[in-house]
Every structure is written in structure tokens, then in C-alpha cells.
Design a protein around this ligand. Sequence first.
Ligand code: UD1
Ligand code: CA
Length: 452
Amino acid sequence: MLDIVVLAAGQGTRMKSSLPKVLHPIGGKPMLGHVLDSARQLGDAKIHLVVGHGSERVQESFAAADVDFVSQTEQLGTGHAVQQALPVLRQNSTVLILYGDVPLTPSSLLKQLVDCVSEDSMGLLTVNLKDPTGYGRIIRNDQHDVVAIVEQKDATEEQLVIREGNTGMMAVASEDLKRWLPALSAENAQGEYYLTDIIAMAQAEGKRIVTEKVENEYLVQGVNNRHQQAQLERYYQLSQAEQLMQAGVTLLDPERFDCRGSLSVGRDVVIDVNCVFEGDVILGDGVVVGANCVIGNCSIGTGTQIKPFTSIDGAQMAEDCDIGPYARVRPGTVLAKGAKLGNFVETKKANIGEGSKVNHLTYIGDSDIGSKVNVGAGTITCNYDGVNKSKTTIGDGAFIGSNSSLVAPVTIGAGATVGAGSTVTSEVPDDHLGVARGKQRNIKNWKRPVKQ
Ligand code: UD1
Ligand code: CA
């Protein structure tokens, strides 16, 4: 039986933010969300979230059936924080202690830590640090057994040189915690109830403190300020980039790749520099994404090319489409095979049929466009009268001349042609030519004005 206590009551003063620290994102997801995801991978556990500063917002964001909230109104130290959860810990469970601002610890590591707990032992996650400043130091005896943790501010000169630091994460039998926590004292340099003092208590009772040591600092690093947040963001992005390259994706520069969601890819996908992926994105085989694209919540079919500076959100594209450069593809856009959207084209709630082309400077909204349609440069669907949105329908094989305004609701029939510069306000039947513009007049012997 596993109880997971996640500490998330601290203010995060150094973030200088009105957002509670644990809600700040890494890879587009709140740090606390990462922690809970890892925790949930351990299987059937109860999660107790200790909240204090900004507790309302934290509770709103993370209300779930397997989470209960424990409030710590005054932050009197990590030991005090865990103590608030004592009444809700189940009998004879294993208690895993995690931190809402330490987002990138994989569940495999947490599993190892939980497995350290037995009748006569507890588990402690430690890390060898290049610079241990600020961390609690792990004190070992001649047999190399852990006997205590000493906080930076309480440490002697000899203790300060110790490089093995306390990650803070530990796993303990609930009955042991219930004995130890009430016995903590705040007589130390910071006047706080240190969770770390239970290590000396465990040692005094003859319990074994089994340590798991992490080599990669990033996996246990906490975030106290924007600098550390940025460091973890880069680490996280680079590890996602590595995974994609292992899956066969070409990244022109893995250091200029960002995914703030989930990206699934087919074979031989190529992604140029400075692209950002958000939400759930699926790229089919052979998709090529040009530089500087922002792509969210969409699926892109085999062989489709996305050219530079394109923005896509909430769209579906079939195979062999050709998009951009500088296209803006908005929610509800559905492209059939081989459709083309060129530069400075915006679409919204638009079905665009097989092989149809919308090449330049156009807005297509609330529209159904058939196959093999050509939409000329500067065409606008006038879908909004200031109150209601209306629909434009264009049949297969229609040709819309440049600079046309299609005032919706309106239908352009299959095979119909719209003369350039038309303002179309009523139906153009199948195979007809619709022209709706001032007739050209030529004035003979016209003289330009001369300057007086
Ligand atoms: C703690 C450890 C230290 C370890 C370090 C790793 C103690 C006494 N020290 O120190 O050994 O090396 O983490 O980063 O445990 N929190 C609460 N309520 C409180 C106090 C803290 O919820 O009353 C939460 C904070 O929001 C934070 C976490 O606990 O997420 C750690 O607290 P912090 O004060 O940052 O501990 P450190 O001094 O860094
Ligand atoms: Ca800290």
C-alpha cells in the first residue's frame, strides 16, 4: 500500500510571480503535473498534496479522485509539512515523499526508492553534486552507513565539503513516520522542523537507511527561480529531442526544438530549426516542417510539407498537402489530399477538397470547398456580418478570380468561374461565369493634370 505525500505549500518567493511556484510550467505542463504523472505511474497509490501558498489555485488545477489536499497554513519546515499529512496516512503503508517543484524525477527512480522500504529499513534518494551549496549533506560513518543529514546552515566546515546531497525524496513506513515526526524539534539554525532529522532517528533505532544515488542532477533538481526553471526546460527539451532522433526523426538542430505537449511521428520526418509543437501533434511519414513553425493540436498526413513561418492550430491535413510559407491554419481546418495553402493565407472552419489550391493572400472561413478548386490571390470569404457567421460553399472544379469577395451565405457551383474583382452576393450556378464589378470605361485623349 502506497501513500505519496507531495510537498507544495511553499511560496516560491524567488520566482517573483503571482502564480504559485508549482503551477509554473516545464514543457508546457505545470511542474506539479509532472510530479503527479510520475507518481501515478507507480500504480495504485493515494496522493496527499500538502498545500499552503496559493492553495486555492493549486487545488483547482489538480482536483482528482486519487488526490486529497492537506493544508499547511504556516510553513514551519519540511518535517512540519509532512506532519500535516499524518492523520490521512493509512496504517502499515509505505510513504513516499515528493516535492511539487522537483518535476523531472522518472517513476523508475521512485519505484527503486519505494522498494528500499522494509520492516527494518527506509529509502533515501541522494545525489553527487559538483556544487552542493544549499543542499542537506549526507553524513556517513566508517562503514559507509548513512547516520544523519545536516542542513547547509547547520553544517560544520568538514561537513560542508561533503558532495553527497539530499534530494529530499525518501520512502518510509507510515508507522515509523508517525513515531518520528511528532518528536522533531525546531532547534536549529533556521528554527524549522526539518524532515531530514528523521534520518538520525532512524539510525538511533537501528533501522537501515538504504540509499539510491542519482548521477544525473537534472532528474532531482528543484526549481527555486526562473534561471533554474529555464535550465530544466532546456534539459527537458533536449531529452525529448534525443528521443525523437532515436525514433528516426531528423532535427536540424536539437537545441532549437521545443515540444510542449506530445508529438508522435512516422518515419523520416524532418524538422528544421525553431519549431514549437503544442498539445497533441501527429506527423505522418516523410512530413517536412520548415523553420520557425508553431504547430498545435493537429494531425498531418504522409508527405505533407509545412514551409517556414507557418502557424497551425487544431487542423487535420491529409497526405501530400503543401502549406506556407507564412500560412495561418486555424481550428476546424480540414484539408484533403494534395490541398495547397500558400503564403499569407488564413483558414478557419474550412474543408478544402482534394487537390484544391489557395495560393496567396486569402481568408477562407466557415467554408466548404470541393476538389480541384482554384482560389485566386486576395479572395476573401466575408463570413461575418457583425452578428452572425455564415457559410460559403464552392463546388468541385470552380475557379475564383483574384481579389473576389464572397459574401456569405453564398454558393459557387461546380465548374463555375468568378471574374476577378467580383463582389459575389448571390449564387453562381454550376458552370456559369459570375462577374460582379464595375464595367471598364476607357476615356479617349485623357490628359493628366499638370502642375501649375
Ligand atoms: C530541503 C532539504 C535539504 C535538501 C533540499 C533539496 C530539509 C530540512 N531540507 O531543503 O536537505 O537538500 O530540500 O532541494 O528538508 N515546503 C513545504 N512546507 C514547508 C517547507 C517546505 O511545503 O513548511 C516545501 C517547499 O514548497 C519546497 C520543499 O518543501 O517545495 C522544500 O522546501 P525548502 O524550504 O526549499 O527546503 P530546502 O531548504 O531547499
Ligand atoms: Ca528548495
